[in-house]
Design a protein around this ligand. Structure first.
Ligand SMILES: [Zn+2]
Length: 252
């Protein structure tokens, strides 16, 4: 078979392989998104847990401080009871009042810390719920991917074999060009020639719609083993049977 026909065979099977794979790819992309969201929620959860731990540690420190203050207050009370004169009594009372102000400040601080813990608890409950919901979605997505993979497995294996056979008969340098075009253009590596005006010999590339020089058409008609590329988009050009017939009836 002429090279251009071999290329067309490869082009067709390559597109089938790509379209089949794309069915699985969308499911894979969806699953990846779910996994990423799960990770993000996990990070958020870890951050909130760490903050909660810090506030809890602050509360515990404040309670230790308050405990020490209470011991001092108790001690001052005993001293007040045993005060021997007014001067001593007034000094002890002044100290007592100062220390009570400190105690109040610790209590206020503790309330702020406790309210922060409450907020974080609410936040953590919300995170847990979101995590649970996302987990469900991820499980469904993962199952869907497996189903789709199983669905196409057999057909894909057949097409891959067909594709290999089609590629095997194409010279390596041409095959390399084909593969890189197919990757660049998502499978659209080849383009048919469109006849715009037969009498005026005007032709264009169906992919990029740009005018093709007559040279390109002449080369294609002259040698079916030559591969001619679109001067503009670089795709490998081919002539549909009816176009070939219309342009050069004697040739077919
Ligand atoms: Zn083109």
């Amino acid at each position: 078979m002429p090279l251009i026909d071999n290329l067309l065979t490869l082009y067709k099977v390559d597109r089938q392989v790509r379209s089949l794979r794309s069915r699985v790819e969308s499911a894979q992309i969806y699953l990846n998104v779910q996994n990423r969201l799960m990770t993000e929620i996990g990070v958020e959860q870890a951050e909130s847990n760490l903050k909660r731990k810090q506030h809890k540690a602050n509360i515990s420190n404040i309670e230790t401080e308050i405990g020490a203050v209470d011991v001092r207050i108790e001690h001052l009370r005993e001293e007040l009871n045993q005060a021997i004169n007014d001067k001593q009594y007034s000094a002890l009372l002044a100290e007592m009042n100062t220390i009570k102000v400190h105690r109040k400040a610790f209590e206020d601080e503790e309330l702020i810390e406790m309210s922060a813990v409450e907020d974080l608890d609410a936040n953590l409950a919300d995170i847990s719920q979101r995590l649970e919901e996302r987990e469900k979605v991820t499980k469904v997505a993962s199952k869907e991917l497996k189903v789709r993979e199983a669905e196409i497995a057999e057909q894909l294996a057949e097409l891959e074999t067909e594709r290999e056979a089609a590629a095997a008969v194409i010279p390596e340098s041409v095959l390399d060009e084909f593969e890189s075009l197919a990757d660049d253009y998502d499978g659209e590596s080849m383009a048919a020639v469109e006849i715009i005006d037969l009498k005026r010999r005007e032709y264009s590339c169906t992919s990029c719609s740009l005018r093709l020089p007559l040279d390109s058409i002449t080369s294609m008609l002259g040698n079916k083993d030559a591969h001619v590329k679109c001067v503009s988009c670089d795709r490998i050009l081919f002539l549909e049977a009816e176009s070939r017939e219309a342009i050069a009836p004697a040739d077919t």
